[in-house]
Design a protein around this ligand. Structure first.
Ligand code: NI
Length: 189
């Protein structure tokens, strides 16, 4: 297994619309394993293939996992789709591809998820709360959408300005490019 590089805003590869997975090959299985390893390492509770540079409809999640409780219950979703959606809820979201920023996003409170597992078996889950938010957030990545796109223009521009400033500071603090700033705190989802 390997830790993969997570692409960060404003990388244009995060904006591509991903292709369906036609066949679960060994390569796809390896990618899913590496994505899980990367997600737990960051740490995060969800990761979509476009975030690691693969424009395919593959997502990994573990919404029960916390750093304190190392018990892992990973779910790998091949070609996931959300059907239906009821209620509204506001959740403070973050994203491994949008570092150092969280914001309140409004989503459906309950959704029904349809996907296939790596074994080809269908997965159907009716979920609510955090898991519903996580699925909606991760599936957005498959269509090139980031949670910042769901904010008001004002809030979104605040982040863009902050990011630009951060980049300048990074250049000042890490002139050789050999060091990376410390990892961000836990980001959900
Ligand atoms: Ni994300």
């Amino acid at each position: 297994m390997a830790i993969l590089e997570v692409l960060q805003f404003p990388d244009p590869r995060l904006r591509r619309v991903s292709e369906p997975v036609r066949e679960v090959t060994d390569e796809i299985r390896r990618l899913a394993e590496d994505m899980l390893e990367t997600m737990y390492d960051e740490p995060g509770i969800g990761l979509a293939a476009p975030q690691v540079g693969h424009a395919i409809r593959l997502v990994v999640v573990d919404t029960d996992w916390t750093e304190e409780d190392a018990d892992r219950k990973p779910t790998v979703l091949v070609n996931p789709e959300i059907r239906g959606g009821e209620g509204r809820l506001v959740w403070t979201e973050g994203c491994l591809s949008v570092p150092d920023f969280t914001a309140d996003v409004e989503r459906a409170e309950r959704v029904e998820l349809h996907a296939t597992g790596l074994d080809g078996e269908p997965i159907v889950e009716s979920v609510e709360g955090l898991r519903a938010v996580c699925f909606q957030h991760e599936l957005d990545h498959l269509d090139g959408v980031l949670f910042v796109d769901r904010l008001s223009l004002l809030k979104r521009n605040l982040y863009v300005q902050k990011r630009k400033k951060l980049h300048r500071n990074e250049e000042l603090a890490w002139p050789t490019g050999g060091e990376r700033p410390p990892a961000p705190p836990v980001q959900r989802p």
